[in-house]
Design a binder for this molecule. Structure first.
Ligand code: OAD
Length: 249
């Protein structure tokens, strides 16, 4: 099918849609200048982010891991939501019964105006104590002067993000599962994610089982490509505004 007619078909479905699911990953923020985890821009100073974002990596060299997070925070602080983030926020405003499950920790969806955002991997703007679990919200602690930063209790602080090999937070996951299992999702979008975690492709699959059409927008193939109804191998910041504009036409 021609790309233009696929855009029209998705837009047509959106006009009568009542419930949407968005699943996003690092690819949606790539056009805002934030490096993805995998792929050609993934490495940081020869380090594999998959090793840095892990309990083992932190135990081995907490200062290195914090340097990486502080650098990411600096990049994100300068970043702006891109056309893809903004188009999702517009689609959500048009069809309010939506849920946005993001693997990103940057907060750019919220800056773009998205509502009902579930951050399944936590937030880079939050910090927590490795001993007592005390949570510190945005800018409540300085993580840059002393690296690695420490809690008042003397224990190391860590970013409040889910690391590779760690369990997902229960409440957000229950919320997403219930949203999907309640049925009625018209379209499930999977955007900018390699979908290598089974729960990511599982949510898209379950939505499809419940009757949703699955739309993948991703530069590379993913496990979701094997069952998606529409596949766009193009940038999210290009495709999403086209879909939104076609829906308005
Ligand atoms: P990845 O870095 O694994 O995948 C990003 C995907 O986005 C790739 O498949 C790219 O092809 C695609 N992509 C890149 N730029 C794009 C663009 N402009 N438009 C559309 N697609 C684009 O990122 P995630 O799937 O988010 O978890 O990875 C998930 C998790 O891996 C992260 O949240 C992190 C890491 O382990 C934890 O830290 C627990």
């Amino acid at each position: 099918m021609e790309k233009g007619s696929e855009i029209s078909e998705v837009a047509e479905s959106l006009r009568t849609a009542h419930k949407l699911l968005f699943i996003t990953g690092a690819g949606i923020s790539a056009e805002s200048g934030i490096p993805t985890f995998r792929g050609k821009d993934g490495y940081w100073r020869q380090h594999n982010p998959m090793e840095l974002a892990s309990p083992e990596g932190f135990a081995q060299d907490p200062a290195l891991v914090w340097e990486w997070y502080n650098e990411r925070k600096a990049i994100i602080r300068r970043a702006q939501p891109n056309a893809g983030h903004l188009a999702i926020a517009q689609l959500q405003a048009a069809i309010p019964n939506t849920l946005l499950a993001t693997q990103n920790v940057d907060g750019l969806h919220q800056t773009a105006g998205s509502k009902q955002v579930v951050e399944i991997h936590g937030s880079i703007w939050q910090t927590c104590c490795t001993r007592e679990g005390t949570l510190f919200l945005r800018d409540a602690v300085d993580t840059e002067t002393e690296v690695p930063p420490k809690c008042k209790c003397g224990a190391l602080l860590r970013p409040n993000v889910v690391w590779f090999g760690e369990a997902l937070p229960v409440e957000p996951i229950t919320h997403i599962t219930e949203f999907i299992l309640a049925g009625g999702i018209d379209i499930a979008f999977a955007i900018g994610t390699s979908a290598l975690f089974a729960y990511i492709s599982g949510w898209a699959w379950e939505a499809k089982e419940q009757g949703a059409r699955v739309v993948e927008i991703n530069l590379d193939p993913s496990p979701i490509s094997t069952f998606a109804d529409f596949i766009f191998r193009d940038k999210a910041g290009t495709v999403l505004p086209q879909i939104y504009q076609a829906m308005q036409a």
